[in-house]
Ligand binder design. Structure first.
Ligand SMILES: Nc1ncnc2c1ncn2[C@@H]1O[C@H](COP(=O)(O)OP(=O)(O)O)[C@@H](O)[C@H]1O
Ligand SMILES: [Mg+2]
Length: 285
């Protein structure tokens, strides 16, 4: 896995928002299956060296729903997402306290197998990062390596994942051409298909659309709505309209705290906290 720990400059929220007076209109709420959360953060603290980045996050992620994480740059959204996949394991200065539970079990406990964790928790990054291989191999690589299906079933699996990622029709006639020949939006959907290849429970997406044009962005949003039927999705986004349209729940991070969490419709129409309102109406970012 490539290292993505270097802090990057991030784009400001969608410019139109800065001038709008009201929050984006939230999508109609839809019933979300009840039941225990798939993921729980319990007083989760995270530091790099002496600096505490996350100050005790308590958050439940519901199964088969889209949860959006919003908040200004530098407030710890990516750090939180990466912690869920234990991407800081190789960072000597990284320290955590508290817990993150996946299906009720600590992801930091000795019983947690890192390979298993990363199979259950797929990750999609801001910049599409396909392997320098063919379209087919990008999706087949993980399941083949992990022997998830018998070899003869790989083509079917690849097709299923590409269909789920709404890419099949665009690539079915050129599966053996290099993935790098695809457009940015197609590459991002390929990365989603690749993540699906490992049959994850959860997909973590860190600003997956910030490098994409509006049309490609819309395709990914439509895809989220499809995918939540079978997967749990946690998406970090700077795009308020996207959070409002495509998510069921929204958490607002600010300076390392989870300031507010709730149904997306509530967060965008009647936020309880002043900071949340200021952020979603574009008064700071
Ligand atoms: N590998 C790292 N080492 C030291 N500090 C880091 C590292 N990664 C992120 N940070 C710092 O942690 C804070 C939160 O960063 P990040 O989680 O990337 O915020 P966000 O995704 O909300 O923009 C920032 O101040 C950032 O500079
Ligand atoms: Mg980030």
């Amino acid at each position: 896995m490539t290292s993505t720990l270097t802090p990057t400059l991030e784009p400001a929220p969608a410019p139109m928002l800065r001038h709008s007076l009201s929050a984006p209109v939230a999508a109609q709420p839809r019933p979300v299956p009840d039941g225990p959360p798939v993921l729980e953060a319990r007083d989760f603290r995270f530091s790099y060296g002496p600096r505490e980045i996350l100050h005790g996050i308590n958050l439940n992620i519901r199964r088969k729903a889209v949860t959006a994480i919003i908040g200004p740059s530098g407030c710890g959204k990516s750090t939180f997402l990466r912690a869920i996949n234990r991407m800081h394991d190789l960072e000597p200065k990284a320290r955590y306290q508290g817990q993150i539970l996946l299906d009720g079990r600590s992801i930091f406990g000795p019983a947690c197998d890192l390979v298993e964790l990363r199979k259950k928790v797929g990750m999609v990054f801001q910049r599409a990062n396909p392997f320098p291989k063919s379209i087919y191999e990008n999706v087949a690589y993980g399941p083949e390596l992990n022997r998830l299906v018998p070899r003869r079933e790989l083509p079917d699996l690849v097709e299923r994942c590409l269909r789920q990622a709404a890419l099949w029709d665009e690539v079915k006639d050129r599966l053996d051409t290099p993935a790098t020949g695809l457009s940015g939006g197609q590459q991002q959907r390929l990365c989603i298909a690749r993540a699906l290849g490992n049959s994850p429970e959860i997909l973590l997406m860190d600003e997956p659309c910030s490098a994409l044009d509006p049309l490609a962005t819309l395709k990914i949003e439509e895809l989220l709505v499809e995918l939540r039927q079978n997967y749990t999705i946690v998406i970090v986004t700077h795009n308020m309209q996207q959070a409002a349209r495509a998510s069921d729940f929204t958490g607002f991070f600010f300076k390392g705290d989870l300031v507010e969490f709730g149904d997306t419709a509530d967060i965008f129409t009647r936020p309880a906290r002043e900071e949340t309102e200021a952020y979603i109406t574009g008064r700071f970012g």
